[in-house]
Design a protein around this ligand. Structure first.
Ligand code: FA5
Length: 362
């Protein structure tokens, strides 16, 4: 009987080494450990053996059974791993067409539903959208409301109501994309700035007014490292009794401090915009070079981020606000310039060239 056990063992080991998949292993298990296997028959017949022989055969048979069980377990693990790797190699990189309706595992050609799922790349907000939310949050905390307006605008709101009648030289400041209209219709354009929303807001609201208006604007001009033909602006407008130029400076200083940190330097210089009096431009010392001059700041050490000023009395009159009672300030901020400063981005064109290597950094 002991020779028989040795014979079974050697045959089983031979077969085990040539198994190639889990199905063959299962057949092997049934053959050597199943109810009808030779080993099980020997174990069942132990009681009929003489005592001495029973002891020896029982020890060897149970040892062989334990050996078979261990071998089965180990081979099952390694064959499973091999099957998993083969399946993964066959499915990775395969083109998948999304079906309509509820997709099943088979639709994707993945036979084993226990395989780990494919990672689905997560989208994210565009860097200018992120910055827009951050800036609006600051102004909301300072008591401003966020409103939006049309990108296709009447000449009246974009220019005339802002003290820029036809043939005014200030129209040259805003290279314009005009929209073809029927003859006799009022001229239309892609807004060149968010300032027309000053008029639209004041026309429908009584003071006190405190709004910020984020949105896209368009300029028909050549692009370079700091100029795009489509970019974002955020307009600010505050009108009330006794609003002064100090309120304008205080608000913009506070904004700059909250966004850029205490250590940044801010510069105000006189500027001209027909719809404010006096007008200023606000600049921040260049973060890329620390103020010594580089490509980003065109060698000046400063980057202009916004134009601002006290709302012109004629503009107030046009919306039926009495300039003897009400005064206000307004500002218009170039949005892309802000992340450029904060993250040292030296070319504005990166924002809208859809290069994922750039966009994924934010
Ligand atoms: C204006 O657009 C005025 N409407 C701003 C204003 C509002 C003044 C309220 C007074 C009161 P300006 O053309 O300077 O002004 O543009 C404002 C900001 O937009 C600039 O400081 C700059 O940061 C940004 N900007 C201007 N042109 C471009 C451009 N082509 N590409 C990217 N950013 C630009």
């Amino acid at each position: 009987m002991l020779e028989k056990l040795a014979e079974i063992k050697s045959k089983a080991i031979d077969e085990l080494s040539s198994l190639s998949d889990l199905r063959e292993l299962e057949a092997w298990r049934v053959r050597y450990l199943g109810k009808k296997s030779e080993l099980t028959q020997i174990l069942r017949g132990l009681a009929s053996l003489p005592l001495e022989e029973r002891k020896a055969v029982s020890a060897s048979a149970n040892e062989l059974k334990a050996f078979f069980e261990t071998s089965h377990r180990e081979n099952k693990e390694s064959l499973k791993e091999r099957a998993y790797q083969e399946m993964e190699a066959a499915t990775v990189g395969r083109q998948i067409t999304l079906p309509t309706g509820i997709p099943s595992a088979e639709t994707f050609g993945i036979p084993d539903v226990t395989l780990p799922g494919r990672p689905i790349p997560l989208g994210r907000l565009h860097p200018t959208t992120q910055m827009l939310c951050r800036i609006c949050d600051i102004f909301v905390a300072l008591g401003f409301q966020v409103v939006e307006g049309p990108e296709v605008e009447w000449d009246y709101y974009n220019f005339e109501a802002l003290n820029i009648p036809p043939d005014h030289p200030a129209r040259d400041m805003f290279a314009t994309f005009w929209i073809e209209t029927e003859s006799g219709q009022r001229p239309m354009l892609l807004r060149t700035h968010t300032s027309p929303m000053q008029i639209r807001v004041m026309e429908r609201t009584q003071p006190p007014v405190r709004v910020v208006v984020p949105g896209k604007v368009y300029r028909y001009e050549a692009t370079d490292a700091t100029h795009e033909s489509m970019f974002y602006q955020i307009e600010g407008l505050a009108v009330d009794e006794h609003t002064t130029f100090s309120d304008l400076k205080g608000t913009l200083y506070e904004f700059a401090k909250r966004l850029f940190g205490e250590e940044r330097r801010v510069r105000f210089r006189c500027d001209y915009f027909p719809f404010v009096e006096p007008g200023v431009e606000m600049a921040i010392d260049c973060m890329a070079c620390g103020g010594s001059g580089c490509r980003l700041c065109s060698g000046t050490g400063w980057i202009e981020i916004l134009g601002a000023g006290m709302v012109h009395p004629d503009v107030l009159r046009r919306v039926n606000y009495d300039p003897e009672v009400y005064t206000g300030f307004a500002f218009g901020l170039g949005l892309e310039r802000i992340p450029m400063l904060l993250y040292g981005i030296d070319d504005i064109r990166l924002f809208y060239s859809n290069d994922l290597r750039f966009l994924r950094q934010f």
